[in-house]
Design a protein around this ligand. Structure first.
Ligand code: IDP
Ligand code: MG
Length: 166
């Protein structure tokens, strides 16, 4: 078994149905550690980059609208889990992509549905393999938003406008 990390997203349907607590409780069965967490308003750019492997799928436009929150709420909870066998153990708890085929006690089996438009509203995302996990974690999080330095970093000098409380 390898120590891994995985990106988990509680999608807009999960947030609007107040499932965050239930999902995080269920995740505690894995004994993995949360090493990053934030609420994100997903831009089109982030959505299309995240689901780049599905660009040709016939449900792509609907999927982008779904993850951007057009049907529920414009919020996604992004979490990074770290620990032994993280990817496989999370995928098991999450269940199959199609919520109707997912194990009934898995997160997607319990809470997912297929809409009349054919969108799989399956409540959560979980990385499929270590390569995808690395790509996704780097897409969703900056190094300083994680409590562990999971991947090599570099320092660059930049000048930026930053927002402060008045
Ligand atoms: P995964 O989320 O289980 O890794 P992917 O194949 O990577 O599954 O698909 C990403 C997301 O696209 C799914 O979670 C689901 O929301 C949506 N999706 C995948 N396949 C279908 C489909 O056949 N019809 C409608 N939506 C789908
Ligand atoms: Mg996937």
């Amino acid at each position: 078994m390898a120590v891994e990390q995985s990106l988990m997203l509680i999608k807009p349907d999960g947030l609007v149905k107040s499932l965050t607590g239930d999902i995080i409780s269920k995740m505690s069965e894995t004994e993995l550690k949360i090493v990053g967490a934030k609420v994100v308003q997903v831009t089109r750019e982030l959505a299309e980059e995240h689901y780049q492997h599905l660009r040709e799928a016939k449900f792509f436009d609907e999927l982008i609208k779904y993850i951007m929150g057009e049907y529920h709420t414009k919020r996604v909870l992004a979490l990074v889990y770290h620990g032994e066998d993280a990817i496989k153990s999370i995928r098991k708890i999450v269940g199959s992509t199609n919520p109707e085929k997912a194990e009934p006690t898995s997160i997607r089996g319990k809470y997912g549905r297929i809409t009349s438009a054919g969108v799989f509203e399956n409540v959560v995302h979980a990385s499929e393999n270590p390569k995808e996990a690395e790509r996704e974690i780097k897409l969703w999080f900056r190094p300083d938003e994680l409590v562990y330095t999971l991947y090599p970093t570099k320092i660059e000098k930049v000048t930026i406008d930053k927002v402060f409380w008045k």
